[in-house]
Design a protein around this ligand. Structure first.
Ligand SMILES: Cc1cc2nc3c(=O)[nH]c(=O)nc-3n(C[C@H](O)[C@H](O)[C@H](O)COP(=O)(O)O)c2cc1C
Length: 276
């Protein structure tokens, strides 16, 4: 069992005291689960225990929801052929094939659309950007609760944003109707201990935490020490040494670097979202 301070040391690349966390008043199992998070991309083939899916969905549904509209849903995929097709649509990501369970988290405006039709009441508000955003937020909160629940059970997970690379094809594969959009996926399975994942360091808190008012400040020093920590992290994992600065700026360099998602607005409109 790793101690809370060891988890925080890993999270802040041995600099957690600098983040004002040395006087951490308390720790508990929930905090330790959160601090221990790491994305898992290598899974054992064993199936999940019965009811795991239902427990994860209950955790997801226990998250807060904007105005309790619950404008999200999830499709659970276990069929190997369907996972294979989704893996190809998501850039060939092997973890989708390996994970016994793949969850597609959805913005789901269709339930309330149908309720409006059924009750002959207008639902004009469904067509505005803010309502779509509510669905994205609800889906993300639900998914993160499911992630924490899975990790508390010893399972591993990794999000798959690449599910947005081919929105029309994913919509067809999952038979999503009008008003439903797959916002990201989540692989769930038993972590393979022969290919372990580690806690990935984050920026120091002073880079992300502002008190009372936002105040953009010089970032060079924080970023260069974080970059060094990330190089060490990748070296320890025998992965190609990647600079966080290079990786982040390259990822956002141009529309072409958005992995086809520069056409997302057009795709959403084509799928029937007005986003006024
Ligand atoms: C919305 C979202 C989408 C992501 N998409 C992918 C993905 O398509 N493939 C992947 O391997 N990891 C994906 N990730 C995982 C991130 O790469 C990972 O969370 C990040 O590098 C931090 O590492 P950690 O989760 O191990 O702390 C995604 C994460 C989020 C939050």
């Amino acid at each position: 069992m790793t101690s809370t301070s060891d988890l925080l040391r890993a999270r802040y690349a041995n600099k957690y005291e600098e983040s004002g966390l040395s006087a951490l008043a308390s720790s508990n199992a929930v905090l330790d689960t959160l601090f221990a998070h790491r994305s898992v991309r290598a899974f054992r083939p064993e199936p999940l225990p019965p009811q795991t899916l239902e427990v994860l969905v209950a955790a997801g549904q226990s998250a807060a929801s904007s105005s309790n509209l619950q404008v999200w849903s999830v499709v659970a995929v276990e069929d190997a052929a369907r996972k294979e097709r989704l893996a190809l649509l998501a850039g060939g990501q092997q973890q989708i094939r390996e994970a016994p369970l793949f969850l597609a988290f959805l913005v789901d405006l269709s339930r309330l659309q149908r309720l409006g039709e059924h009750t002959h009441r207008p639902v004009e508000g469904l067509h505005y950007l803010d309502t779509f955003l509510m669905g994205v937020i609800d889906a993300a909160l639900a998914a993160q609760n499911a992630v924490t629940a899975a990790e508390s059970l010893g399972l591993g997970t990794v999000y798959i944003g690449a599910l947005r690379n081919h929105p029309e094809e994913v919509t067809a594969e999952l038979a999503l109707g009008s008003g439903v959009f797959a916002v990201f996926g989540l692989c769930v399975g038993w972590p393979d201990p022969s290919r372990p994942a580690s806690i990935k360091p984050r920026l120091p808190q002073r880079s992300v935490l502002y008190r009372e008012q936002y105040a953009a400040h010089a970032i060079e020093q924080d970023v260069s020490s974080y970059d060094a920590a990330m190089r060490e992290f990748y070296a320890a994992q025998s992965l190609p040494q990647a600079s966080w600065v290079d990786h982040s700026l390259q990822r956002l360099r141009s529309a072409a670097d958005l992995r086809k998602r520069d056409r997302l607005l057009e795709a959403l409109r084509g799928l029937g979202f007005q986003l006024r």
